[in-house]
Each structure stands twice: as C-alpha cells, then as structure tokens.
Design a protein around this ligand. Structure first.
Ligand code: GDP
Ligand code: IMO
Ligand code: MG
Length: 448
C-alpha cells in the first residue's frame, strides 16, 4: 500500500508563503468534470487547508501523479500534498462507508488521516435509505429522469432542508444518535414501498453500521468554522474546493436537471463556515470545450461525428459512473453567466490539448430562440428546448500543445483562442492546462 506521506512533491510544494493569509475558491464553471481535481491538487502545493464545501460522492475528481491515477469522490483533492489539512465542510453530504472505502482505495495511512483529515460536525450523513430513495425516485421519473449518480445526494439534502438529517456530530452520543435516526427513517415511510423500505430503512442495521464507522472517524469531528478562523488568524492559505459545476447549481443551474447543492462560489461560505470577507480569489475551471453527463439542456451539444471525436480524444467518460459524457463546443453565453454568478476573477482553461487535431474550433457566442438572437441564458425553460447556438469558427493550430515552454511557446492559434475567450468573458484566463499530469499547467496569474 502506498503511503501518501511519501508522495512525490512537485516544484510548487516548496513555495509556501508564510505570514500572509490568502484564500481561493475553485469552482466548476460549466456542468462539472472541468478538471477541478487537477487544479486543486496543483494549488494545494501552496495551501495549508483544502476544504470541500458541498456535494458528496457524486463528485469524481481525477489527479494523476507519477504513474498513478487517483479519483477523489469525497476526500478533498489536497490529500496528495503532505502537510495540507483537508476538511469535509458542513455543506457536504457524507457517506461514511464510501469515505472508509476511498481511504483504503487511495492508500492513505491511518496516521495520515488522523493528522490531516477533519470533518465538520454539521456535515449531514448519507444513509442507505437515501440511496434507496434516489434509485426509486429516478426509476419512477421514467423519461423525465435526471440521470443522477444514484449516490443518495438529493434525498440527503432533502433531509437537511426538512430538518430530519442525521449529522456527523449526532453520532458522538449514542442515545442522541438513535433519536435522530428514528426521526430520519420515519420520514421515509411514505415514500418507499414495503420491502424496499424495510431493507433500506432497517433501524438496527443502519444504527450499528453507522455507529461503527462513526466511531472510527469521531476523533476527526470538529467545528470547521472555528478551525478555519484560527488558520486565517495564523496567516495560513486556504483553498475551497467546489464539486459539480455552476450549471448544476440547485438554484442557478438548468433546473430541474441539477444537483441538490449550491455549486457556485457563494456555497463556499455556507458550506465551510466562513464569512464572505474570508474569500479572496475566485477561479472558475472550464474546459476548452463543453461536456455534460446526465440529462438536461445543453445548447452547444454536438450529436454526431464531431461530438464523438471530442469524447474519444478527451476521454470523456464519467470518473464516478463511467457514463459517456455529452460533448459540444465552448459556450460563451453559458460561461458569461458563470462569471457573473461566481464573481469569477479568472478562468482556468483546461484540456486545450484535446483540440490539437481540429482544423477549426467552434465557439458559441449567442443563442437563437424562435428566430430571436439572445446573448443571455433564457429565462423561460421552454426556450431551452428549441435553442440553437450561433457558432463562430476559429482556426485550429493542428500541432501538439505542451505546457513545458510556458504560454509563449503555445502555437499562435492556441494563444489566439485563449485570448479570444478572455475578451468574450471579460476576465483573464489565469491558467491553461494541456495535459493531465500535475505539471501540465501554465500559470499566467498566480493564486497565492
Ligand atoms: P473534475 O470532476 O472537475 O475534477 O474533473 P474529472 O476528473 O471528472 O474530469 C477531468 C478529466 O480530464 C480527468 O480525466 C483529468 O485527468 C483530465 N484532464 C484534466 N486536465 C487535462 C488536460 O489539460 N488535458 C487532458 N488531456 N486531460 C486533462
Ligand atoms: P464533479 O465534481 C458532472 C450530475 C449527474 C446528474 C445531476 C444530478 O466530478 O464535477 P446527483 O447525483 O448529484 O443528484 O445528480 O448532476 N452530476 C455531475 N456531473 N460532474 C459531477 O461532479 C457531477 N455530480 C453530479 O450526472 O445529471
Ligand atoms: Mg468529475
């Protein structure tokens, strides 16, 4: 088993600043899978804390290091950086069984977990009843299905809003926990059928399994808000790791085809227990094209040969469910919305290398709905069914991009593409990636 304390450090790992606290939020600017994991792992080389603030194990954040591939679902993507404290924030919904499995799959020592992982006491738990409910709701939706990851995410957040959730801190006292669990399970009685209910909502089974796992993680339970405030006071660097993407936000996304949490940068505050003034820079990660997994509107989706080519070249298969991702050109209308919703200071443009072989590259700069030109996301959801993207084509570079020589060594047409995106969005492209490895990155504006 590989012990992560021995993980190879990159050049970035040695550049920690001391005495001047900085913080940054990393969010997905599209529909998820933009490459957030790689960016968080890279920036964690200069951070002291990495905080996951929403979502659950529906996320799949990929990091390549040396000859190994790591996929983080619930552990923050700072786990490969020795010395970084990783926090599962109060906005997350946490499946303890999956956490335990992920720790052994990734190969993190118990000593490392004790030293470096913290869980907010306010984090709500995903229980077997939530997964059963996710499955049963999806199957009863039929054609109107959302295409959830079936990890119980939506039902767990329903319990949070309904005040029937069991939270991590509830497990610290067995009598208290049993009372909370009874309330939680009782609230499912009317929504799951006979045998499905009795299996997924079995009180003793759920109680014993949850308590067994919770006892293992009890020493990690903390007041995350106080922990992060103390870190701030000591001048530590904080990194907030978003999951999913802006267009999957439960309010601002393509509702109802969304996840059940606030994926936008504002979610970093409520989901980790820091106030808005604790947030420094905000970066949105966007692919150089667009993908989406699951159902729902996708204005620039390419059905056919070009979409297929993007999928195969980009290896666009889900990191959590292995489902093929739907692919399309970059959507400026959508990204402008992401810039606004997140107050983005900049974009991290990923997977530029996937476009290497295209002789022309499409970018959507406006939508056409019933003959009308629109430059904003339609208010009326019915309009999304007939939206047609207006595509401008830019010349491709037909050469292999590499990050090794820095920004100026990129092919001129690739730089042209990056700078056109900046102009359209009105914010800088702070980083560019053209390869999956940790060092395949060009930093144009440092974060810390
Ligand atoms: P996340 O959920 O936002 O962390 O993204 P995923 O890990 O689900 O999907 C991003 C995929 O793109 C992963 O397989 C990454 O290894 C890969 N990736 C990230 N950056 C690059 C890049 O610049 N080039 C290529 N070819 N792959 C990349
Ligand atoms: P990362 O963090 C892409 C999608 C699902 C579905 C919808 C609701 O890796 O970018 P849920 O299980 O959350 O109730 O499903 O959201 N979805 C994601 N799509 N990347 C993700 O995470 C996603 N997490 C959920 O496919 O359409
Ligand atoms: Mg992913």
């Amino acid at each position: 088993m590989l012990l992560l304390r021995c993980a190879v450090g990159s050049r970035e790992g040695t550049k920690r600043k001391r005495g001047h606290m900085a913080s940054a939020v990393i969010v997905g600017a599209q529909w998820g899978d933009e490459g957030k994991g790689k960016i968080v792992d890279f920036l964690a080389g200069q951070a002291d804390f990495v905080v996951r603030f929403q979502g659950g194990d529906n996320a799949g954040h990929t990091v390549y290091l040396g000859d190994r591939k790591y996929v983080f679902h619930i552990l923050p993507s700072g786990m490969l950086r020795p010395g970084v404290t990783c926090v599962i924030g109060s906005g997350v919904v946490l499946n303890l069984r999956r956490l335990a499995d992920e720790i052994s799959e990734v190969g993190i020592s118990e000593q490392d977990i004790t030293a470096r992982l913290r869980i907010s006491g306010e984090t709500a738990l995903i229980l077997p009843c939530h997964m059963a409910r996710d499955r049963s709701e999806e199957s009863s939706r039929g054609k109107g299905r959302i295409g959830t990851t079936q990890r119980g995410i939506g039902p767990a957040y329903v319990d949070v809003a309904n005040r029937t959730a069991v939270r991590m801190a509830d497990t610290l006292d067995e009598d208290w926990f049993r009372k909370r669990l009874a309330i939680c399970l009782e609230s499912k009685r009317d929504s799951l059928e006979g045998s499905e209910f009795s299996e997924a909502c079995d009180f003793e089974k759920t109680a014993s399994e949850t308590l067994r796992l919770a006892r293992r993680f009890a020493p990690l339970v903390c007041d995350a808000s106080a922990l992060l405030e103390e870190a701030r006071a000591k001048g530590k660097n904080l990194l907030f790791e978003g999951a999913q993407g802006t267009m999957l936000d439960v309010h601002a996304g393509t509702y109802p085809y969304v996840t059940s949490s606030n994926t936008v940068a504002g979610g970093a505050c409520v989901g980790s227990g820091v106030g808005p003034r604790a947030i420094g820079r905000i970066l949105g990660v966007a692919k150089a094209y667009t993908t989406r997994v699951g159902e729902g509107p996708f204005p620039t989706e390419l059905i056919g040969e070009t979409g297929e080519r993007l999928r195969e070249t980009g290896g666009e298969y889900g990191a959590t469910t292995r489902r093929p991702r739907r692919c399309g050109w970059l959507d400026i209308v959508q990204l402008r919305r992401a810039v606004r919703l997140n107050s983005l200071d900049g974009i991290v443009l990923t997977k530029l290398d996937v476009l290497d072989g295209f002789d022309r590259i499409g970018v959507c700069t406006a939508y056409r709905v019933k003959g009308r030109c629109m430059t904003e996301w339609p208010v009326n959801p019915a309009d999304l069914e007939s939206v047609e993207p207006e595509i401008e084509f830019m010349p491709g570079w037909l050469a292999a991009t590499s990050c090794a020589g820095g920004y100026d060594a990129l092919p001129a047409a690739a730089r042209n593409y990056v700078e056109a995106v900046e102009k359209w969005l009105g914010v800088p492209v702070a980083m560019v990636t053209a390869g999956k490895e940790r060092d395949d990155i060009i930093v144009r504006q440092p974060v810390f």
